[in-house]
Design a protein around this ligand. Structure first.
Ligand code: BGC
Length: 751
C-alpha cells in the first residue's frame, strides 16, 4: 500500500468522527481530500444497487455475473479456480465502480440448519481458510478490497443481532477463528466485517479482545474493521474496542456521540484519530487503484465470466452415487429418450436469498441445456410436484411417472425452494419436501435408470434418496451457468470432480449441535466444542449418508508410495496417484492427521492438506503436499498459545474423510513448553513433562512405588493432586519453602 498523507492530525475531531460512519447505505463520507468509497455485496457476484438500497436482497441491482455461491465454490476444493473467480469478481467490481466487495464469508457450518450456510465454505476451518484466502487474493489482485466476514462465531441466523455465541477459548481458536486467522495472515484483506452477534456476552462490534488483541496485535491485521450493516449498538464502545467504520450511515447520531465522548474524556481522542486514519488510507488506496490504466467494462466481461461461471459450476458438481445398470454405470448419459422431471429443470434454483442476491447477466436453464446435449432424441418435461396450492399433486405425480416409464432414463430434479432457506432465518429440519420423496419413490419403481440432480443451499437429509436413486448429482447452488454445467456433467463433457465440503448426516439428530441450536434465552452454547462436522461423526463413530470430502468420478484413482517427512515448517507428504480408468479426471487427494495419546482431547482425524491433480486415463503422477506445522497444533488454554505436541502423528491420505487409502507414522519435534509450573500444577502435569518427571519421582520417593501394597495405582491417584497440597498431605515433611525450592528446581531442569 502506498503510504498516503497522515490525515488524522489535519482533520478536526468532527471530521474524524464523520469518516467513521457511512454517508449513505453503501458509501463512506468524503472528508477533506479523503474520497468517498462504495462498498457492495458480495460474495458470489456484485450487487451494485443504483436505485433503492437494502441489505436484504429486496431491491434491484445492476446485472452482474452470478458465480456459484460458496456452498458450491467450496466443492471444487480448488484454490486456483477460486482465485480466478475472485479476480473476475474484482474486475466486475471495478467495472461497476465498487471499491470494496463484501466477502468472503468464512464462518464455519456448525449446523446444517443455519439459513446462511450457502454463503459459507465448509464445516472445516482449513478448507474454509485456504479457499477464503484465494478469494481475497483474486478480488484484491484487481485493486478492489475484500471484506472478510462475519467476524466471528456467527453460525446461525436465529436472533442473529442479539444472541451470544458462548464458546470456550480452545474451540474458538481451533475452529471458529482459524479460517479468519488463515485469511488475514495469508491474504491481508483490506477490511474485516465484524458480526452482529455477541461472543461470550460481548457484541463483536464492542469486543476489544476480538477486534484489537486477536485481529490486530496477534494476527497483524492493518486494514479497516467495518461493522455488519446495523451491527453497531454503541458507537463509542465500538470505537474504543477497535471498530473503524460503522455501516450504513447512522444519520450522524453515532458521530455526535463519538465527539461528545471524546470531549467528556470518556473516549481516547487517539482511538478516533486512528480509525479515521485507517479509513483515509483505505479510501485513498481504493481510489488510486480505480485510476490505474486498466479499465474494466461490463460489456467485455459478460461472456468470458459466464464461461468461467460454467467451468466453476462444472467443477463444483459432486457425483454422490453412480450405480451400474446392465453392467455399466448409469452416468454419463448417452443421448436417448429422456423424461426430465421437476420444477427446477425449467426454473433453476441457483443462489440463496438475502443480501448476497445477485441480478444475473444471463441464466442457463438446465432443461434447455439438456435438450441441446441430447439433440436428435426426445426430451419430455414433467413438473412432478405441485408448485402452487391449486396444483393437483396426485395428477402431477402420475403424469411424471407415466413419462418416466416410457423414457429410457429419468432425470429428476429435487431440492429446496428459496423460501425454505435464506439469510435471516434458520431451517427447523433438513428434510426434502415429502411430495418430492413420494415422487422419487414412484419414479424409481417404474424407471431403473433414474438420475437425481439436487439443488439446495444447506445440507439436506439424503438417506432415502441414497437408498432409492441409483445415480445422484449434487449441484448445491451453482450460480447462473449451473444449467449448462449440469448438462455437461450428465452427458460426460465434464468428468465430475467436486467433493463435499460438509458431511451429509444420516439424521438431523446426529448433528453435533443438535441439542444446542439455535439460541435459547439469548445464548447459543457451543457444547460440542471442537467436534464440528466430521470431527464429531468420527469421534462418535456415527454412520453418515455421505462423508466429508466424498465425491466420485467417471474414472477411478489408485494411491501408492506414501512417504511423510517432518521438518521445521511442518510435514511433507509425498505419494503417487494413478488414474486407473480410461477417461481423464481430477482427483482431490486429502491429507488427515491424527495424534494418538494426545495430552488434550482430539478428533480422530482432521484435515491438514489437500491437492487436486488432473490425470489422463492410465497416467500415474507423484504429488507433494505440504502440511503446515501450524495445522498440527492445538490451542493450549493454560498457556494461551498454539502448541505442537511432540511425538508420533498418524498421517492418512485418501479420497474422503472415510475413504483413507494409505497411512504413515511420522515423529514430530514438539514446541518447548512456555508455561511454568506453579503451586497449582498437578503432579500429573509435572510427571507428563519428560525433563521434570525424574526429579519429581525422586522427591515423591516411596509414595510413587508402593502402589501394589495399597491395592491401587498410587501414581494415578496422585495425578490430580495440585503440588501445593503436598504441604497439607505430607505430614509436615514438605514446608512452603521446600515446595517453592522444588518448583524452582522443576522449572530449572526444563529445556
Ligand atoms: C449481512 C452482510 C452484508 C450486509 C450488507 C448484512 O445484513 O449480514 O453479509 O454484507 O448486510 O448488505
Amino acid at each position: 500500500m502506498t503510504d498516503p498523507l497522515v490525515h488524522a492530525p489535519t482533520l478536526t475531531l468532527i471530521q474524524q468522527a464523520a469518516l467513521g460512519s457511512g454517508a449513505s447505505f453503501w458509501t463512506t463520507e468524503a472528508v477533506g481530500d479523503v474520497p468517498s468509497i462504495l462498498l457492495t455485496d458480495g460474495p458470489h457476484g456484485v450487487r451494485r444497487q443504483s436505485g433503492a438500497s437494502d441489505h436484504l436482497g429486496i431491491g434491484g441491482s445492476e446485472p452482474a455475473t452470478c458465480f456459484p455461491p460458496a456452498v458450491a465454490l467450496s466443492q471444487t476444493w480448488d484454490p486456483d479456480l477460486v482465485e480466478r473467480v475472485g479476480a473476475a469478481l474484482g474486475a466486475e467490481s471495478r467495472a461497476l465502480g465498487v471499491h470494496v466487495l463484501l466477502g468472503p464469508g468464512v464462518n464455519i457450518k456448525r449446523d446444517p440448519r443455519c439459513g446462511r450456510n450457502f454463503e459459507y465454505f465448509s464445516e472445516d476451518p482449513l478448507l474454509s481458510g485456504v479457499l477464503g484466502a484465494s478469494w481475497v487474493r483474486g478480488v484484491q489482485s484487481r485493486g478492489v478490497g475484500a471484506s472478510l466476514k462475519h467476524f466471528a462465531a456467527n453460525n446461525s441466523e436465529h436472533d442473529r443481532m442479539r444472541a451470544s455465541s458462548d464458546v470456550d477459548d480452545r474451540t474458538l481458536r481451533e475452529i471458529y477463528l482459524r479460517a479468519f486467522e488463515h485469511v488475514v495472515r495469508e491474504a491481508a484483506p483490506w477490511t474485516v466485517m465484524c458480526s452482529y452477534n455477541r461472543i461470550n456476552g460481548v457484541y463483536s462490534s464492542e469486543n476489544a479482545w476480538l477486534l484489537t488483541e486477536v485481529l490486530r496485535d496477534e494476527w497483524g491485521f492493518d486494514g479497516v474493521v467495518v461493522s455488519d450493516w446495523g451491527a453497531v449498538r454503541d458507537r463509542v464502545a465500538a470505537v474504543a474496542a477497535g471498530l473503524d467504520l460503522e455501516m450504513p450511515s447512522s444519520g450522524g447520531f453515532g458521530d455526535a456521540e463519538v465527539v461528545a465522548a471524546v470531549t467528556a474524556g470518556a473516549l481516547e481522542a487517539d482511538a478516533v484519530a486512528t480509525a479515521a486514519e485507517r479509513i483515509a488510507r483505505l479510501a485513498l488506496r481504493a481510489q488510486e487503484n480505480h485510476h490505474t490504466t486498466d479499465t474494466f467494462d461490463m460489456s467485455d466481461l459478460v461472456d468470458t465470466h459466464h464461461r468461467l461461471a460454467r467451468e466453476v459450476a462444472g467443477q463444483a458438481v459432486v457425483l454422490l452415487k453412480n450405480d451400474l445398470r446392465d453392467g455399466a454405470p448409469i452416468l454419463p448419459l448417452a443421448p436417448s429418450r429422456l423424461a426430465v422431471i421437476g420444477p427446477f429443470a425449467p426454473a433453476p434454483r441457483y443462489q440463496g436469498g438475502g443480501s448476497s442476491h445477485v441480478n444475473p447477466t444471463r441464466l442457463d436453464v438446465p432443461l434447455d441445456e439438456i435438450l441441446a446435449r441430447n439433440a436428435g432424441h426426445q426430451v419430455t418435461h414433467f413438473q412432478g410436484v405441485p408448485t402452487d396450492p391449486d396444483d393437483d399433486a396426485n395428477a402431477l405425480r402420475a403424469a411424471a411417472v407415466r413419462g418416466a416409464a416410457e423414457a429410457e432414463t429419468a432425470v429428476l430434479f429435487l431440492g429446496l425452494t428459496p423460501e425454505e432457506e435464506s439469510e435471516g432465518y434458520d431451517r427447523e429440519h433438513i428434510d426434502l419436501p415429502p411430495t418430492q420423496l413420494a415422487l422419487l419413490r414412484a419414479v424409481v419403481e417404474v424407471q431403473p435408470r433414474t438420475v437425481v440432480v439436487l439443488s439446495h443451499g444447506g445440507v439436506v437429509r439424503l438417506d432415502t434418496v441414497a437408498q432409492l436413486a441409483p445415480a445422484i448429482l449434487d449441484g448445491a447452488l451453482l450460480g447462473q451457468a449451473g444449467g449448462g454445467a449440469i448438462a455437461d456433467v450428465l452427458f460426460g463433457a465434464v468428468n465430475p470432480s467436486g467433493r463435499l465440503a460438509e458431511t451429509v448426516p444420516a439424521r438431523l439428530e446426529d448433528c453435533p449441535a443438535y441439542l444446542n441450536f439455535p439460541s435459547e434465552n439469548g445464548h447459543t452454547v457451543y457444547g460440542e466444542r471442537i467436534f464440528t462436522g466430521y470431527r464429531w461423526y468420527d469421534a462418535r463413530d456415527l454412520d453418515v449418508t455421505f462423508p466429508f470430502g466424498h465425491g466420485l468420478s467417471y474414472t477411478a484413482f489408485a494411491y501408492s508410495d506414501l512417504d511423510v517427512d517432518a521438518g521445521p515448517a511442518g510435514l511433507t507428504v509425498r505419494l503417487a496417484v494413478s488414474n486407473v480408468g480410461s477417461r481423464s479426471g481430477r482427483e482431490v487427494v486429502q491429507v488427515y492427521a491424527s495424534k494418538p495419546n494426545s495430552q488434550v482431547g482430539r478428533p480422530p482425524r482432521w484435515l491438514v492438506g489437500f491437492a487436486g491433480l488432473t490425470l489422463d486415463g492410465g497416467e500415474r503422477r507423484s504429488v507433494e503436499i505440504p502440511v503446515r506445522r501450524a495445522d498440527l497444533a492445538f490451542w493450549s488454554v493454560g498457556g494461551g498459545q498454539w502448541v505442537v505436541e511432540a511425538g508420533d502423528y498418524t498421517v492418512s491420505v485418501g479420497a474422503s474423510s472415510r475413504d483413507l487409502r494409505l497411512q504413515a507414522t511420522v515423529t514430530v519435534t514438539g514446541d518447548a513448553p512456555r508455561t511454568v509450573f506453579t503451586r497449582e500444577s498437578t503432579l500429573g502435569e509435572i510427571l507428563a513433562d519428560p525433563a521434570a518427571a525424574p526429579l519429581l519421582f525422586e522427591t515423591l520417593g516411596p509414595a510413587a512405588q508402593n502402589a501394589p501394597a495399597m491395592g491401587t495405582d498410587m501414581l494415578r491417584m496422585l495425578e490430580s493432586v495440585p503440588i501445593e497440597r503436598m504441604i497439607a498431605l505430607s505430614g509436615g515433611r514438605v514446608s512452603p519453602e521446600r515446595l517453592d525450592d522444588l518448583l524452582a528446581a522443576l522449572n530449572a531442569v526444563r529445556p
